[in-house]
Design a protein around this ligand. Sequence first.
Ligand SMILES: Nc1ncnc2c1ncn2[C@@H]1O[C@H](COP(=O)(O)OP(=O)(O)OP(=O)(O)O)[C@@H](O)[C@H]1O
Ligand SMILES: [Zn+2]
Length: 467
Amino acid sequence: MTLRIYNTMTRAKEEFKPLEPGKVKMYVCGPTVYDFIHIGNARPVIFFDVVRRYLESVGYEVNYVVNFTDVDDKLIKKAAETGSTVPEVADKFVQMYYEDTKGLGVREATLHPRVTQNMAEIIEFIAGLVEKGFAYEGGGDVFFRTSKFPEYGKLSHQNMEELQFGIRVEVDERKENPQDFVLWKAAKPGEISWSSPWGEGRPGWHIECSAMVRKYLGETIDIHGGGQDLTFPHHECEIAQSEGLTGHAMARYWMHNGFVNINNEKMSKSLGNGINVHQLLKSISPQVIRYFMLSGHYRNPLNFSDEAVEQAKNSLARIENCLANLKHRLPAASVEAAEADDEVSRSIREVQEQFEAKMNDDFNTPDAITAVFDLVNVSNQYLTRDAVNKGTIESLLKQFEAMDAVLGILAAAEEDLVDEEVDRLIAERTEARKAKNWARADEIRDLLTSRGILLEDTAQGIRWRRK
Ligand SMILES: Nc1ncnc2c1ncn2[C@@H]1O[C@H](COP(=O)(O)OP(=O)(O)OP(=O)(O)O)[C@@H](O)[C@H]1O
Ligand SMILES: [Zn+2]
């Protein structure tokens, strides 16, 4: 089966052929770290994590890079407002990003480079563009000369004239053309800055990705992704910079996810209507968030609402229930037949084929989830039998696991607490009670109860046993 990916560049689904067999180089534009991520930002994070997991599950080695924009106007403003420095703001929200994405069950990328740690490469990149005539200086700023790159607009399918009309920025005397964009910005007094051949300053937004893609992945990569708002101008500018300098295609497949909306409006940090992931994870499980995210096709808009969350919870509960029933029947299942029943084995194979077919069709996760429900139906049907076979139940469970290795929508089974952990928690509870921290003491008791540990107060202290 071949994987087909919708390529924004050609507006068609194309067969996926990586540059180097068996290997995938993938870059996704990461966050500007001046605030917590919202559930809209979580969409590319979760979706491209699933793309990576799927590619790995079918045998590719994936080199996945996600950058942090750790210096820009918004960070400078935030630092000034909070009486801190740009690096302090950046460090805090990079940390929060790691914490929140981990909370969402997302694996760290192979590499998360930061702009401020790649300044030499960025300056060198701009100098290369100046040398080749693709860039020019004006009053301490450096601009990209779009007239030198006639293909500018090819990703967003706009020609130069349309682009000229689309530009709403005020006239800048220093620019040769209104659509020329900034590569290097001269520092204003007191602003964080770096030395360059054009004086003290900092990079524009677009150049960082061109420089980091080239440094960490090479001149041409396989997949370049991000939210659809990045198509223009950000990715268009990346293409102009990279292809201007190297003369090679920057990426073979351009992928863009649709927006998460709230009340039919794009969720965004600057609009202040974002649902903060950090907060949300306190009341909703990561599995429900991932289910919600993957239940829509990545290129379609997705509306976030209480009802949508409720629906995700209910659907997920149906799968969880089925898994619990399968596990419940396991201890008493017959071990006579080591192999799964033929008929069920065939159904499992069909489910797997269906799952792959849907993922191969431009990562159609909602239909891939339908395949998970097909397996729920096969399992429930099987469980109506009086006598069940251990091999069959294990095969069903294994198939759930295989699909979940890609989707990550099912909670991992909780491991039994080992004795030392129980002792440690009991000691912590005793301390909490001494300190009259009843909330923590109750929390620990609840945790232990939920893991089947029973506590008994005795004259000699607390004793415990397993249920
Ligand atoms: N509502 C959304 N739905 C889906 N993806 C989004 C949404 N908002 C942002 N993204 C994506 O999240 C990533 C990080 O975006 P960014 O940091 O610019 O967030 P933002 O909320 O749009 O910020 P700002 O409002 O400051 O522009 C990008 O890939 C972007 O396309
Ligand atoms: Zn980028």
